[in-house]
Write a new protein. Sequence first.
Lengths: 205, 87
Amino acid sequence: MAVKESPNKVPRKFRNLGKSFTEHLQGESNYFFMPFPKNLSFVGKDKDEHVILVIRTHWIIYTRYLGIILLILIITSVTSSILNAPENPSLLISMWTISILTCSSIAVYGFIRWFYNVNIITDQRVIDLDFTSALSHTSSEARLERIEDVTHKQIGILSNVFDIGTLYIQTAGAKAEIEFDNIPKPREVQDILYDLLESKQKGEI
Amino acid sequence: MDPYEIIDNLTIDTPKIDFNILSLLKIPVFVILFINMLFAFMMYLRVRILSDTFSSPDNKIVKTVILIHLFVTLIGSLISLLFIILS
């Protein structure tokens, strides 16, 4: 009987390395932790370069936008009752339209931030794409051979509850370190990076 | 002549200052609407750049979401502007 292949199956190139990091990549794939994604590309990707892992900031970090939306809706209801807006329907409609538009802008902004705050690990480099605001974004990358140290920090209640943390990747030279902010499974990602660095140093990948 | 009547005649009618808080509220509302429209447009442009930097199969969904948001913001702002002028 033919065995159905797992969608997250680790390519042979990496399986043959015999490293522990492949175990972390065989689990569940979701938008926050995506091992070996298909049809994914970025500027400067080489033809023979394999994307090993795509990580996004944990969803719990974006719940603050939900709080802001709720606050705006509460402020609008309070203001409309203070101004006795039901007596002036035009004012009531315009106030609620503005409020809903602002809330939708915040929700869309949160969604875009989540989608484009992306960290990519390939067999050649690590890339950190940060959507900082509607007017700016930052893209940092470091080749694996330039990486000197990888540290992870898990601080706070949220990190305890959701197992999230920040990974700091120190590169050679005066260049600032790369940060993978509030990512899920930081220990596993650190292990993946260490194994990849080791394989790179030995010339296995 | 009655002295009270004389005093009444001497009283000058001072013009009343009509202070309406609703008309004062219209200024920040116009500003919020303008910022909202500008923000939606800037986000649309930024997503266009980022979709070239990082391309994934879900980029189409994101582009559609941001385009819909831009249109909704523009139409909603115009409606809101109309109601503010009417109020």
